[in-house]
Design a protein. Sequence first.
Length: 276
Amino acid sequence: MDLARRVCSETVKDDVFGSAAKLAYYNFLALFPLLLFLTTLLGLVAHEGSALRARLLAYLATVVPSTASSLVYQIVDEVGQGASGGKLSFGLMGALWAAANGTGALIGALNRAYGAAESRPWWRAKLVALGLTVGLSLLIVSALALALWGEHVAEAIALRFRLGDSFVAACSVVQWPVVLAFVLLALNLIYYFAPNTPRRRWQWISPGAVAGLGLWLLASFGLRLYLQGFNTFSSTYGSLGAVIVLMLWFYLSSAAILIGGEINAELRELEEAPRR
């Protein structure tokens, strides 16, 4: 209970929800060049009507609220029709630039959580932000690839080595804990590299990462259930409702990540208190 009170107090003191709003804006800003890159890539390797595009959008719909996912579907269809190499390069550079700015804002928020001052040179802080952006992107893409093609890879391995259907069934069960492990690893990388703390200690499974993941899943599926039962955004705001829902989802996701950081920061302070 003492930890919960400390986390709540520090959440208010560090203006976590204000920082979450800032991160939500940067995430929203990064979304469109990212979609430009992904939809161009899809247009080149997975044309409209292909099974790969259908599966990718189906997995997106399981996490993103339905109102917001319809907006993404529309953008994917419109941009994918004019896929080209120039759009691919522009989308990648734009997504990295906007996402790195968002990571920089995340670094500032976690510095406040850990009570750390940003003493790194600006170029080093930018490199950390860019490195985190690339690393997190690779982890997310790996998790997404495992979710999309894990079953097909298991079937190919089972066919090659004659392992039978039981191997495929076991892999289909194991792949989801592995996907969650990728997400936990991404959160732990954020909490390890982002704050400018003098003494770093790596944890494969930190309490803050577990809490952040749990809060993110709870917020995502809770918002999805709410919109399924009480969706008035579309009727009230029209097509603008999809943008509102998407921003709200980004806001809740950012808040979950920052609260996980606050939990790790408070646990670290409690551990170091007897040494002072």
